[in-house]
Every structure is written in structure tokens, then in C-alpha cells.
Design a protein around this ligand. Structure first.
Ligand code: ATP
Length: 518
């Protein structure tokens, strides 16, 4: 996807830099760059998430505005979004995530996670999911890397870029509206995204006399905007990193090439404007956590897809290994069938009507291994809870609230207090080594950096070069005007890239082409 004009250089946006000192980039995702920053007014450390994709930004802001009252949902302080510019969300800064906890527990904690810790992590996840589902929001991309954690152990659901509102909650009633957003200068529903506004400083970009719009107007507006701003999902050839191992995001171009179901993915249903039937898209979520109904192309799923993902996350907390680490969507289904058995009308009434059911056949699995075999040495209660979530029939999956009420969480060993949870401080942004660890995590095994192997440049130098150039902007001249010290880094890096024969990398990355030495 082409970068929208005005993107890339968050440093050149004075409405942001007047209020925040941008300290460093701490991460990036398919469509975003995330920076650690300091609010100038009170020195609060925040995360600035610059989102390069219209729909992801729209969804994330929309969902977060509705969910701001929940302690287990990431806090959105404010956002900046003006015409022709990327949205920049000001989020609370959270130093690590559940993927890092799992990784650390597996590598360095002798007995892994204690039962008390697992229970406390689960309770926090369940509270976050319950808040989403009560707000009629389906997250659609739950995975350990999207469960961010503060240094004092509070877990928060984050990355709502794929979320959807199934039914708009409480229109016109005032419910769920945070008090500070229920004032004339704040709007809790996302309005007029063509000219959105800085929530604390709307002058000039926002008509303050705007009236509250009705539900019907809002939905009409939403449809209109979506139709005007289609997103080509096939552009999303992106690696999603999850803890130690990276896996391809669902529905990547390579998936489609390799996959016998390739003609049957549902890209259009939502992303080119929600169709009149209100169908959703099956192209959501990270594969390992993706419910079978999505793998079979369902477009009328509900919040149950989050509950399947939750079951996979719970199993991973118990075993410190992903439950179904599929390497393609077909492999994903095959792994699930090996464990749960054949997907039939008996196990999932209605499954034969799923769009892709009958397009691919797996060998009859007479003796599936069962979830018990995947969870050796775990208690019957724990296995039972996973079974309540990781089951074919979405209608029988336990809700977050039902699970919270399960006796498992009230019996010995009790959940440890939040402040006793062990939290690896991956993303401190304060000392160089931990920064690098965080950064390296992003540059996992199937990153572009593999192409650099053999070049006479150390890994840390590579990262420094790329970090500086990517963070600073597009051209050396631009970089010079912002941060003179990066010019030498930039020149050196581009020259090295070309001399190291990484022309392919240069060709495939428009941003680096624009960094070529003058
Ligand atoms: N509030 C935050 N505080 C600290 N780090 C954050 C914060 N939000 C995001 N990050 C980090 O930035 C990176 C990208 O963020 P995020 O996953 O939200 O982006 P995305 O583009 O939506 O990602 P994805 O490709 O998974 O959809 C992640 O490594 C994440 O941990």
C-alpha cells in the first residue's frame, strides 16, 4: 500500500511535536509505527501509534473510544488525524506483552509460570474480553503479542485495528461514554473521518457546532466512508511476530498462492465496504489463533471467534508452546482436526454450510489425539476450561463471564496479586540493551534482514542504520533538516546495501530508494 501523503515523518507534524517529545521508535506492525514519547505538559511517557492504514485507524479509534472505561483495555489519551495524514493515537505506554512473558518463562524461569500466575493473567484477559463483548465489539486478533502489560503487571488488550462493532451499543443513551468524552469537544463515536481532529485541540479542523448524529446517520456515514476508502487486503503481505517465532499473517499473498482454497477467500465482503447483508470477512486474526469457522471462510461469525483465540492463549500459558502452530491455513486446519477430530454436522451443526466446507477434504480422523494429549501434566480443571473454548461448535464455547465465574479461579492455588506477577521489562526504552532486545524481537527470523546475511556489517549496526533511517524519514535532505546526525548513518547504510548486493531489498522498499545518497 502506498504511504498516504504526509505520513512517515511524525517528526514533522508540529501539532504533535508541540505537545510531545518523540524519544524513539519501539515497535511496528503491519500498518503502524509505534514511538515512545514524553508529554511536554507533565512528562508522562506515552506511546504514539502512527497508523498508515485508514481502516485500521478508524477501527482502532472507534473501538477504543467505546471501551475506555475498562481497566483491562489500553487507554487512548487522545488522537491526531487530519485530512491526508496518518492517524496518530496517543496511547498509554506499556513495556511488555504476554508473548514476552511466555518466552521469558520458557527460557529462564525454572518452573515456568505458576498456576497462581496463570490464573491472574487469565482473569485479566477475561475481564478485557468481557468488556469488549459487552460493548458488542469483537477484537478479531487476540494473541499474546496483542496483550500488553504494564511494569506493575496490569494486562491490557491492545491493537484493535481489526476489531468490529457487531451492534452499536446504546446509541443516544450516554452509556459507555467516558465523562470527559461526553462534552461538546469530544465525540465518542468516530465522526467524519475525512477531517478528524485532535481531540484536545479541535480548532480549525473541526466544526464545534456539529450536532450529535443519529444512529442511522452514523451508519450511513460509515458505509459511505468505507465505500470511499477501500482497503486491498491482498496488500497485507506482512509478517506478524508472535513471541519467539514469527508466522505469516493470515491471508498473505503467499498463502493465496499456495493454498487450494485460494479462490474462496472472502476479501470483498467487508473491506470494500460492508455489503448489504452485513457479512464480515473471514480474513482476520493471526493464523495460530484463528477459529475453524474462519478458516472455512465464515462471514457471519460472532464474538465466539475471540473465545477460540482465548482458548489457544490459555493453552499456550499452560504449556508455554503454541497449541496449533500452523504453517498455512490448510496446515492450521489439519492440526486442529488431528486433535479435535473430523469437523462434521455432529460436532458443529451447520458447518457444511460454511463457504469453504467441501472444498477441501482431510483424511478421516478416527482417533484424534484430543486436547488432553496436548496438555500433559495439567490439571483436569485446566484441561476442561481449554475444552470449553477450543471446540468446534461456536455456540457451545463458554463466554468470558462464564469462565470468570468458574470455580477454577477461586480454588487453591489462588491467583497471585497483580503486583506479584513476574514481568520481563522488554520495552523499557531506557537502556540500550533492552531496547535492542525489543527491536530484535521485531526483526524476527523471516524479516527482510535475512537478506543481509554475509554482508560485512554487524547485526547491531544493521539495526541501528535501519532504525535511524526508517524513523527519521524519507530523504537524506529531509533527515538532515530534522536530525543532522543521521545523515552519515543514512549514507553509509544505503551504500552498504548496494555494495552488499541487496538491490532486491532496495527495490522492494520505496522508503530506502528515497534515501539514496544525493
Ligand atoms: N501502547 C504501547 N506501548 C508500548 N508498545 C506498544 C504499544 N502499542 C504497540 N506497541 C508495540 O508496537 C508494535 C506494533 O503495535 P501493534 O501491534 O499495535 O501494531 P499493528 O500495526 O496493529 O500490528 P499488527 O501487525 O500486529 O496488526 C508491537 O510490537 C507493540 O508491542
Amino acid at each position: 500500500m502506498d504511504a498516504p501523503s504526509g505520513s512517515w515523518s511524525i517528526y514533522s507534524r508540529t501539532e504533535i511535536t508541540n505537545r510531545y517529545e518523540i524519544l524513539e521508535r519501539v515497535g511496528y506492525g503491519a500498518y503502524s509505527d509505534v514511538y515512545r514519547a514524553r508529554r511536554l505538559s507533565d512528562s508522562l511517557i506515552v506511546a504514539l501509534k502512527e497508523i498508515h492504514d485508514y481502516q485500521s485507524a478508524f477501527r482502532e479509534i472507534e473501538a477504543l473510544q467505546i471501551l475506555q472505561n475498562s481497566p483491562n483495555i489500553i487507554t487512548l489519551h487522545e488522537y491526531f488525524w487530519r485530512e491526508d495524514e496518518d492517524a496518530v493515537l496517543v496511547l498509554e505506554f506499556l513495556r511488555t506483552d504476554l508473548a514476552s512473558v511466555i518466552k521469558e518463562a520458557k527460557r529462564n524461569w525454572e518452573k515456568g509460570l505458576s498456576v497462581g500466575e496463570i490464573k491472574r493473567w487469565m482473569i485479566q484477559i477475561l475481564l478485557g474480553i468481557d468488556a469488549c463483548h459487552r460493548g458488542s465489539i469483537v477484537h478479531r486478533d487476540l494473541k499474546p503479542a496483542n496483550l500488553l502489560i504494564s511494569e506493575d503487571g496490569v494486562l491490557k488488550l491492545a491493537d484493535f485495528g481489526q476489531s468490529r462493532i457487531l451492534l452499536e451499543p446504546s446509541f443516544g443513551t450516554g452509556n459507555n461514554i467516558p465523562p470527559e468524552q461526553n462534552s461538546p469537544n469530544h465525540e465518542w463515536v468516530l465522526q467524519q473521518p475525512e477531517v478528524l481532529f485532535d481531540t484536545e485541540n479541535p480548532e480549525g479542523t473541526r466544526n464545534e457546532e456539529q450536532e450529535t448524529i443519529s444512529k442511522e446517520d452514523y451508519l450511513r456515514e460509515l458505509d459511505h466512508i468505507k465505500a470511499k476508502n477501500p482497503v486491498d487486503e491482498t496488500d497485507k503481505e506482512t509478517n506478524i511476530h508472535d513471541g519467539d517465532t514469527s508466522c505469516l499473517a493470515t491471508c498473505t499473498a503467499s498463502d493465496i498462492e499456495d493454498d487450494p482454497l485460494k479462490n474462496s477467500y472472502t476479501y470483498e465482503a467487508e473491506e470494500h465496504g460492508q455489503d448489504e447483508s452485513g457479512d464480515l470477512t473471514s480474513c482476520v486474526g493471526t493464523r495460530w489463533f484463528k477459529a475453524p469457522e474462519l478458516l472455512y471462510g465464515s462471514v457471519d461469525y460472532g464474538q465466539e471467534i475471540d473465545l477460540w483465540s482465548l482458548g489457544c492463549i490459555f493453552a499456550e500459558l499452560l504449556m508455554l508452546e503454541p497449541l496449533f502452530p500452523g504453517t498455512s491455513d490448510i496446515d492450521q486446519l489439519s492440526r486442529i482436526i488431528n486433535v479435535l477430530g473430523n469437523l462434521t454436522e455432529e460436532t458443529y451443526p451447520g458447518c457444511s454450510k460454511l463457504p469453504d466446507y467441501g472444498k477441501i477434504f482431510f483424511n478421516d480422523k478416527k482417533n484424534p489425539s484430543g486436547l488432553v494429549a496436548c496438555l500433559p501434566n495439567r490439571s483436569p480443571n485446566e484441561i476442561h476450561l481449554v475444552q470449553k473454548l477450543v471446540c468446534y461448535n461456536p455456540a457451545t464455547r463458554a463466554t468470558a463471564m462464564e469462565l470468570l465465574e468458574d470455580s477454577y479461579f477461586n480454588e487453591e492455588p489462588l491467583p497471585v496479586p497483580v503486583n506479584e506477577l513476574r514481568v520481563p521489562l522488554t520495552n523499557s526504552g531506557q537502556d540500550e540493551s533492552s531496547q535492542r532486545e525489543w527491536y530484535n524481537r521485531d526483526m524476527d527470523s523471516d524479516s527482510d534482514f535475512e537478506e543481509f546475511n554475509g554482508a560485512n556489517v554487524s547485526t547491531s549496526e544493521e539495526h541501528e542504520y535501519v532504525k535511524k533511517i526508517e524513523v527519521m524519514g524519507m530523504t537524506l535532505t529531509e533527515m538532515h533538516s530534522c536530525h543532522p546526525d543521521t545523515v552519515e548513518w543514512g549514507k553509509k547504510f544505503v551504500q552498504w546495501l548496494l555494495s552488499a548486493g541487496s538491490r532486491k531489498y532496495v527495490e522492494e522498499n520505496p522508503w530506502i530508494q528515497r534515501c539514496s545518497p544525493p
